[in-house]
Design a protein around this ligand. Structure first.
Ligand code: ZN
Length: 246
């Protein structure tokens, strides 16, 4: 394993246009579980069980807003989570001028909390919430403080998290920004994702650079395409690799 970390350090040393693509595995050591692994939701009122995917769908949000926010507040918002060694290493790489962008499937805002500036949040962020009627902004704290469905203080409209729900499209500007960054990159590091979730697999196809690095606890479908595969804890690997650059 040390040999692989040295190899990663060398790649980081020689690269000047790194893009990082990350999924839920990046934030698990910050105490944020992958919500897909949660047990879903049982609604007494509706006398029904819902899978996590159903509970965070657009249809569910519109039809059963109370149940949506029950699930959402319990499983998707972690106000006390702190960036871990992976977030911190990536922010350092950006500060060094080596890393040009982070593309993330996570909605926790931890990359920015660590100091990253260029972050493409494919699925939005729980830190941004908007009134559906008048578009007034609300932070995550306001959503968590409200009992049941959060409403706007100005117009009483329902507040919607700026999170891409199932059945909703991704933001075009975010997608095109992510694609451009990946197209220009000399190194693409993919971490903490099994690459099965749309649009992860498709985005990787835009990469034309030299080094494709995959860091994940278990094997992924793209392992055979990668120049370097490390099956280990990404926070530990990134911390050690960045220490080995100089
Ligand atoms: Zn409003």
């Amino acid at each position: 394993m040390n040999e692989k970390i040295e190899q990663l350090s060398k790649i980081l040393r020689d690269s000047n246009n790194i893009v990082f693509f990350g999924g839920a595995g990046i934030s698990t050591s910050s105490g944020i579980p992958d919500f897909r692994s949660s047990n879903g939701l049982y609604s007494k009122k509706l006398n029904r069980n819902f899978t996590p995917e159903q509970a965070v769908s657009h249809t569910f949000f519109i039809r059963y807003p109370e149940e949506f926010f029950d699930f959402y507040k319990e499983n998707l918002v972690y106000p006390n989570a702190k960036p871990n060694d992976c977030h911190i290493a990536l922010a350092k790489l950006e500060e060094m001028g080596k890393l040009k962008a982070v593309v993330t499937q996570n909605i926790d805002g931890l990359h920015q909390a660590a100091g990253s500036k260029v972050v493409y949040e494919l699925h939005g962020s729980v830190l941004r919430n908007y009134c559906m009627k008048c578009h007034t902004f609300y932070d995550a704290g306001y959503i968590l403080e409200q009992k049941g469905v959060p409403h706007c203080v100005k117009c009483d409209g329902v507040i919607k998290p700026d999170v891409v729900l199932y059945e909703e499209g991704l933001d075009d500007k975010v997608i095109s920004g992510a694609i451009e960054a990946i197209e220009r990159a000399d190194t693409l590091i993919i971490g903490g994702t099994s690459l099965v979730v749309y649009p992860a697999a498709g985005l990787i196809n835009y990469f034309k650079g030299q080094n494709l690095v995959l860091i994940n606890k278990s094997a992924t479908s793209a392992d055979s395409k990668a120049d370097l595969v490390i099956n280990d804890d990404i926070a530990k690997i990134m911390k050690e690799a960045i220490e080995g650059i100089y």
